[in-house]
Design a protein around this ligand. Structure first.
Ligand code: ARG
Length: 468
């Protein structure tokens, strides 16, 4: 009776006892790896074709297998695939079903293949297919930022360092700073995609393929750029998962920083922005509250992605070479990170798209002390060396503090007492727009530079769309 229970298991031959139900439950990964059913089928079809090319399957058998796999795909698509007790993972479930559908030829499919090379193949296929979704969501957010930035280019606000008022900047320049981080993330993803593009199929359990299957042909049919070079490395390789998790953590961190800024800017103390009602919630106790929950969730989830990355790195650390069952948990990290990142990207896009920027509040938060650097630059333009100019401007700030007035309220006479370089044209310095317009070099906050940034991002987005 016990031998019967182990019979249906693909690896059941050498076993006489059935698996303890508690281990069976722990070992079972179908409830999460079924998400790769299409990739598993795609890989199996390519493998069947590969086997038929080396005459391990007749053309007829290969076609029966492919037809059967197509039927299984439809069952999954329609949510009609009947999972059976003992289906351990997506690979065994699909093979079990294939045998039910087409009988004998199904039992020839796995020759020279192992779930070890199969699972890495499936995961790489899945990531290659789905990373574009995240890239699309990032581009949506960048697009929203670029559109807002052009429309709201006249709005000026305090720029901060150490969260202290530093220099006046355009709101658009500030907002675009986040878009550029996200654009860098997309560039980083391109690097990851290159490494992902090596096909592990044909590595077997660890030693390689004994029937000289044409791996390059397999790569071509599965649209991989090339094949992996060492079978032992290939079956134990989860570097591409670690890369993905780190990449996602970085995007999460970028989103969390945007979220934190906007949480601060939406507080009553700042009020630079108002988060739309559709992206905030109220308090069950305090009727006046409008809480930026969307941003707080982005901040929290964005940070927690690194937790998943970190935890998976610990799974990898000190693992013996090649495949170990520890690697099975890679999929939960991959899917959960994928889903969480996608949802916070979408919420970030919606929040940024719908928020209201309060131009008056932004402007009234500027103070003339923020132009102290401009005083130093004024002196530099009069021929004073920067260090001396900085010192004089510092004295101007100190003098204003002593007199308890704003620095622009000091008279020319008072200024001349500090330095004879001050002339009547110092009056022109006390203008925030003029200050901002000095920063015309590439990457600065002057209007022309900000417009250039927007154009560059827009062109990049158009190019991305073309490639998609
Ligand atoms: N479900 C397994 C995983 O995801 C597939 C590979 C199993 N390989 C094995 N030698 N037990 O890791």
């Amino acid at each position: 009776m016990e031998s019967k229970e182990t019979e249906h298991k693909l690896w059941g031959g050498r076993f006489t006892h059935s698996t303890d139900p508690k281990l069976e439950a722990l070992n079972e990964s179908l409830h999460f790896d079924k998400r790769m059913y299409a990739e598993d089928i795609e890989g199996s079809k390519a493998f069947a074709q590969g086997l038929s090319r080396i005459n391990l399957l007749t053309k007829e058998e290969m076609m029966q297998i492919c037809d059967g796999l197509d039927k299984i795909q439809i069952e999954w698509d329609k949510n009609e695939f009947a999972i059976k007790n003992g289906d351990e993972d997506i690979h065994t479930a699909n093979e079990r079903r294939l045998k039910e559908l087409i009988g004998e030829p199904a039992t020839k499919l796995h020759v020279g293949r192992s779930r070890n090379d199969q699972v890495v193949t499936d995961m790489k296929l899945w990531l290659k297919k789905n990373l574009g979704v995240l890239q699309y969501e990032i581009c949506e957010l960048i697009r929203v930022v670029a559109t807002r930035s052009l429309k709201e280019i006249e709005i000026i606000m305090p720029g901060y360092t150490h969260l202290q008022r530093a220099q006046p900047v355009r709101w658009s320049h500030y907002l675009l700073s986040h878009a550029w981080n996200l654009k860098n993330d997309c560039d980083r993803l391109e690097n990851n995609l290159r490494l992902l593009d090596l096909l592990p199929l044909g590595s077997g359990a660890l030693a390689g393929n004994p029937f000289n299957i044409d791996r390059l042909e397999l790569a071509k049919s599965l649209q991989f750029a090339d094949v992996t070079d060492n079978s032992m490395q290939a079956v134990g390789d989860r570097n591409f998962i670690a890369d993905f998790l780190f990449w996602a953590s970085m995007v999460g961190i970028h989103l969390s920083r945007l979220a934190e800024d906007l949480i601060i800017y939406s507080s009553k103390e700042f009020e630079f922005v108002t988060i739309d009602e559709s992206y905030s919630t109220g308090s069950s106790l305090m009727p006046q509250k409008r809480n930026p929950d969307s941003l707080e969730l982005i901040r929290c989830i964005g940070g927690s992605l690194f937790g998943q990355c970190c935890s998976f790195m610990m799974v990898l650390k000190s693992l013996p070479s090649t495949y170990n069952k520890d690697l099975q948990c890679d999929k939960e990290s991959m899917f959960s990170t994928f889903d969480k990142l996608k949802s916070i990207l979408q919420v970030a896009t919606g929040t940024v798209k719908t928020l209201k920027v309060n131009e008056d509040k932004c402007k009234s938060a500027l103070s003339y002390e923020m132009l102290a650097t401009d005083v130093a630059y004024y002196l530099v333009r009069k021929g004073v060396a920067f260090r001396a100019a900085h010192h004089i401007a510092g004295q101007v700030v100190a003098e204003a503090e002593k007199k308890n007035v704003s620095i622009n309220a000091l008279t020319l006479e008072e200024l001349k007492n500090i330095s004879l370089h001050f002339e009547v044209d110092i009056g022109k310095v006390w203008n925030y727009e003029n200050s901002i317009e000095q920063y015309r070099a590439i990457g600065g906050t002057a209007k022309v530079s900000v417009i250039n940034q927007i154009r560059k991002l827009e062109a990049w987005l158009v190019n991305k769309e073309k490639l998609a």
